[in-house]
Write a protein that binds this ligand. Structure first.
Ligand code: GLC
Length: 732
């Protein structure tokens, strides 16, 4: 529990009360919230006025691997942080000790791309609530998530941790997540601010981009996190932006984040992202974490006062080189986070590894799995027709929770795809597993493994292949395709000879179902036409195996939709076609500009393997009666959607806006609203989607502002970015 001793609280109240009233505006504040804010701000100012310079400096840098300094004299405890975005990471101890042999397992939620694939903002809130409750139970104050960097290249090793290629979907999913975490009394952390869209040399590369791309693609998720989610912390990214490290970047941290967006919380550096004292202290970098002390001549004792924003500042302030007001502002923001995380009040105990949390993990997995292809209605499988089920693929039998780097989770349990299928099979079905390929250095799909897998699927009544990316540790292999931090994939090819294996399986049993796990698209050209059933399962968390089995056997209909485009091949990806790849001289110029994902594929008329927003159901939906009403600055789009099949299912109705007359070039279409609708067979619902002026505006970088130009707009309603069912027009 984070609370100061009662004595200190009483002192605070006696000290603060007169201050509080003296600092109030002349007119009495009526709104209780305002009183609370003024009260907190008054308490913060009172604390700062009592602190010594040394105490202030203690607070603005790490005091251990995942804590920052407190001031015991004033009852200010340390701020305790923990990774990660989809589960509370295992304990590290104060100096990265491993395996402390403590009870630190936790709920392993589906990864970010899976959450985004649900297109269900309510699940974003539920996701955040679980994460916040478990962080609370484990005595944390800050959970270092969500990761919301835009998915720009399929090769980024950390795409699995993020959400989507689209700025609007990013914002919608991240706000609920943040509110869910922070309603548990825990601070969320929007990361990595900004343009950390590859892992290649992430601490050295410099990103250049236009103001249009910055404001229309890369900032909206962070802007929503601040202005709609009221996020309490933001993590400055490792990379440089326009020549300056993000952690030293006044344009990003002060001009945009704090002044333009109005961010009142604290900026935390990524671990070791601060590279210098004057560069960080004089910009809105509030808390230095993870600096590599060995680079600072610190001995084994890990002397945290040697951080860049450490004791060296005492002399700099005392000699007038640095204004103490700059330090005060950092402390002020950190104290705001502390008050907001109820550090000064009793916080509810939180909970972890509960059935309720596991059910949330299951529901997200249920709604995240995307049915990409279902020719000849090969799915769902009918349990009554199957005595023998073949399951092939090393990913079917692999636990993924502990992989990926800092987002790793010590899962309380993890149901693999194979276990989920075995659970569902029960006694009535024999499940035969073949590894098919081996995930290890110099592993792969050798002739013997392929032959054994072929025999298995040929002899079975139904066959399921589970393959895809390798969710490993970046230091595990240095030459294989990995979904992990600090590494990127060399290409989109399935690793370990899976293409050859899949082709052999489809030859032996054309109805073999292909399930892919991973953070994003793979090149499926070798077998996509021959496969009748293909699903994307991401890394679906601790209940993923059960969710996958229930969908494959039709206990529920799939409802996931792709949060990113799946290109046919890597060279079709705009980050590779319109921008320089691989990166040369550590310079990354985003010349793909605003044409990220479907904005490129649809504007340049390039057919993807599977489009943004795509996902099939076991039922079908009709779209009718589109109407558009404009009242002042509000546009309301109504349409009727009907479940025209014989199974319950949820459809994500997507609304895209096309500007027919813009002065500056705009993408073919842009997602500006969506709604997920669950319908019983034959059921209809008329839904309403609201668009405000910002849905029609674009960032004019010749005037450095958002503008809404008069003219004609087409509104496109559909089941994916390329499956438009209805459209209408309106004039502004
Ligand atoms: C890592 C990651 C960041 C993580 C931090 C602490 O390098 O970039 O996402 O929260 O360090 O582990």
């Amino acid at each position: 529990m984070k609370s100061i001793t009662t004595v200190a609280q009483i002192i605070l109240l006696f000290v603060l009360t007169p201050l509080f009233f003296s600092s109030c505006e002349s007119e009495a504040t009526t709104d209780t919230e305002d009183v609370a804010v003024v009260d907190v701000e008054a308490q913060i100012e009172a604390l700062i006025s009592q602190m010594t310079l040394e105490e202030k400096i203690t607070m603005i840098h790490a005091s251990s691997s995942f804590t920052s300094g407190g001031v015991e004299r004033l009852g200010i405890p340390e701020l305790v942080m923990s990774d990660g975005p989809h589960g509370v990471r295992h304990e590290h101890g104060r100096d990265w000790e491993k395996d402390l042999n403590v009870r630190d397992s936790s709920t392993y939620l589906p990864v970010g791309t899976a959450l985004a694939a649900t297109w269900n903002p309510e699940l974003g809130y539920a996701f955040g609530s679980v994460l916040g409750s478990e962080a609370n139970f484990r005595g944390k104050d800050v959970i270092l998530g969500p990761g919301l960097n835009i998915i720009r290249s399929p090769l980024n090793g950390r795409n699995f941790e993020y959400l989507t290629e689209d700025p609007y979907l990013n914002a919608q999913m991240v706000v609920g997540y943040i509110k869910g975490v922070q309603d548990q009394g825990i601070a969320a952390c929007a990361k990595h601010y900004v343009a950390n869209n590859l892992e290649f040399e992430r601490e050295k590369v410099n990103v250049e981009m236009s103001d249009r791309a910055l404001h229309e693609i890369y900032l909206p998720g962070f802007k929503a996190a601040v202005q709609q989610g009221n996020v309490l912390t933001v993590m400055a990214a490792y990379n440089k932006f326009r020549g300056e490290y993000c952690a030293h970047n006044g344009f990003l941290l002060d001009d945009i984040l704090k002044e333009s967006f109005g961010f009142q919380g604290a900026v935390i550096s990524d671990w070791n992202a601060v590279k210098g004292t004057m560069e960080s202290v004089n910009v809105g970098m509030d808390l230095e974490m993870g600096t590599d002390l060995s680079m600072l001549g610190s001995g084994k004792e890990l002397d945290y006062s040697k951080f860049h924003m450490g004791d060296t500042l005492i002399t700099l302030v005392n000699t007038g080189v640095v204004d103490v007001a700059v330090i005060d502002e950092k402390v002020r923001r950190l104290l705001r986070v502390m008050f907001a995380t109820n550090m000064f009040d009793e916080r509810s105990p939180g909970a972890y590894n509960t059935k309720e949390h596991q059910q949330v993990a299951r529901q997200i997995a249920d709604e995240a799995i995307v049915l990409l292809k279902n020719d000849d209605k090969v799915l769902p499988l009918k349990k009554a027709d199957i005595q023998t089920l073949a399951v092939v693929g090393a990913n079917a039998n692999r636990k993924h929770a502990g992989a990926g780097g800092s987002s790793q989770v010590k899962a309380y349990y993890e149901v693999t795809a194979l276990e989920g299928l075995q659970n569902l099979a029960g006694e009535s079905m024999t499940v035969n597993f073949s590894e098919g390929y081996q995930i290890k250095k110099d592993g792969g799909a050798d002739a013997a493994l392929i032959a054994e897998a072929v025999r298995n699927v040929a002899a079975a009544d139904a066959a399921i292949y589970v393959g895809g990316w390798i969710h490993g540790y970046s230091d595990e292999w240095n030459d294989n395709a990995l979904d992990a931090e600090a590494t990127d994939k060399p290409d989109m090819n399935l690793p370990f000879g899976q293409d050859e294996l899949i082709q052999a399986l489809l030859k032996a049993n054309p109805n073999t179902i292909i399930v892919l796990m991973g953070g994003g698209p793979v090149d499926m050209q070798a077998w996509k036409a021959d496969a009748k059933g293909i699903l994307q399962a991401w890394y679906p968390g601790m209940e993923g195996g059960n969710a996958l089995a229930s969908i494959l056997f039709g206990l529920q209909s799939p409802s996931g939709k792709l949060p990113m485009t799946f290109p046919e091949k890597l060279s079709d990806s705009p980050a590779h076609k319109l921008a320089q790849f691989p990166v040369e001289n550590l310079q990354m110029d985003y010349t793909d500009d605003i044409y990220v994902g479907y904005r490129y594929f649809d504007s340049y008329d390039v057919a993807p393997a599977f489009p943004f927003g795509h996902g099939l159901s076991y039922t079908t939906f009709s779209y009718e009666d589109l109407s558009i009403e404009k009242t002042g600055g509000l546009v309301t789009v109504s349409l009727k959607i009907t479940n025209t099949g014989d199974m319950a299912g949820a459809e994500v109705v997507q609304l895209y806006v096309k500007d027919e007359d813009s002065t500056l070039k705009r993408p073919e279409k842009e997602l500006k609203a969506f709604q997920k609708v669950l319908l019983q067979p034959g059921e209809s619902k008329t839904i309403q989607l609201e668009l405000k002026e910002d849905a029609f505006s674009y960032y004019d970088d010749t005037q450095n502002k958002w503008i809404l130009e008069a003219g004609t707009f087409t509104l496109l309603a559909g089941s994916s970015s390329r499956d438009i069912r209805l459209e209408g027009q309106l004039d502004w």
